[in-house]
Design a binder for this molecule. Structure first.
Ligand SMILES: *[C@@H]1O[C@H](CO)[C@@H](O)[C@H](O)[C@H]1NC(C)=O
Length: 359
């Protein structure tokens, strides 16, 4: 079952934070019902819809990076040709009507507290990931989107400009986290992260920290997925940057912040097949729909258009469900189980999806 924890950063108060979340959700539903118009104002942003072959950021390993196609002769692989990857991105930040955002002159982020990166070293060698900043910090007046944005931007940078031996996703996460801790652009924050490396021989390498998610679909059936890492309902593992005085104040109140390290990330290797569809998603997706819904979506849309169209349609549908007060979302079902009372409705959240197709 899914433990799509959401945005708690604070351990000591996790129970009362959960209650707060429920209240927030109930209030959110009420507001939505009163202002049903909101659902109509959704737009899904889409970026970067093009074939990877057309785009190379490749700057190391000898410029003509296309030589990576020769990886098929490495390691005695019997497959005649290597893998290539296409990708698409779609996202929708949740409506931020809350009072807590008022003092922040809105988040300066089209993806909300989520973020993503795709680093196309060449069409056979792609790093990608999503990260989800913990929203609770906004209540203290901090820009809680900063940490996921800086982390993704560092991972993009580091993986694009890789010149030495390739890094594992976990090493990339580690380097990027160290970099953003040192360069001081992030005041405070916590973020989940999932990092994928799509390699020339079709091995998908992953590192996951927290409750973002990766699933691999083959003929519209889920054949692989990552596990969520949480310390409890509502509280995902997270990489954090928290000044010492804030940590001390929390300790005085008998609480502590969730502060994981890159080494806590789970690692996976999965052997892809051509035509596999790989989904990287933040919990805005998995708190709403179950993997069976994703399979259904993929089989219903198998024939339709290109990858970007598919990805955008997927996000549009999840956004719609997340705003539907009658939808039995994964999150509402988890809450029902946890509190022994029926909850119903989608979970509004930032929703970010990177979809990769192996060819
Ligand atoms: C495929 O490539 C990855 C790294 O690029 C490597 O770790 C893995 O061992 C390779 N697998 C095979 C079967 O050659």
């Amino acid at each position: 079952m899914f433990l799509g924890g959401s945005r708690a950063a604070f351990r000591g108060l996790s129970r009362s934070r959960s209650m707060l979340t429920i209240l927030t959700i109930l209030v959110g539903f009420l507001a939505l019902m009163l202002a049903g118009v909101l659902t109509e104002s959704t737009t899904v942003h889409e970026w970067h819809s093009f074939s990877l072959g057309a785009r190379s950021f490749f700057s190391g390993l000898g410029g003509g990076g296309a030589s990576s196609s020769q990886h098929s002769s490495d390691g005695g692989s019997s497959s005649s040709s290597g893998f290539s990857y296409n990708y698409a991105i779609a996202f929708q930040a949740k409506d931020r009507v809350d009072g807590v955002y008022a003092g922040l002159s809105q988040l300066d982020s089209p993806t909300g507290e989520d973020n993503y990166f795709v680093s196309v070293r060449n069409s056979h060698d792609v790093f990608a990931g999503v990260a989800d900043g913990v929203g609770g910090w906004v209540e203290h007046g901090f820009d809680s989107s900063a940490i996921s944005r800086e982390l993704c931007s560092s991972m993009l940078d580091l993986s694009t400009n890789l010149t030495k031996k390739p890094l594992s996703p976990k090493q990339l996460l580690d380097l990027a986290y160290t970099k953003i801790k040192n360069d001081g652009k992030v005041q405070v924050g916590g973020t989940t992260a999932i990092v994928a490396h799509f390699t020339p021989n079709g091995t998908l390498k992953l590192a996951n920290l927290g409750d973002s998610w990766c699933g691999v679909f083959r003929n519209a059936k889920l054949v692989f997925q990552t596990k969520f890492q949480t310390v409890g309902f509502n509280a995902p593992y997270q990489l954090a940057i928290i000044p010492q005085d804030i940590v001390r104040k929390a300790a005085q109140k008998g609480g502590s912040y969730i502060q994981n390290q890159p080494k806590d990330a789970d690692e996976y290797n999965f052997k892809l097949q051509k035509d596999d569809i790989i989904v990287l998603a933040t919990d805005g997706v998995t708190d709403n729909i179950a993997t069976g819904d994703m399979e259904l979506f993929l089989s219903n849309n198998a024939e339709s258009g290109g990858l970007q169209e598919l990805t955008q349609k997927f996000v549009t549908q999840v956004v719609k469900l997340s705003k539907d007060p009658t939808f039995p979302s994964v999150f509402s079902q988890e809450m029902s189980k946890l509190y022994g009372r029926p909850y119903l409705g989608g979970k509004e959240d930032d929703i970010t999806v990177v979809v990769i197709k192996a060819t």
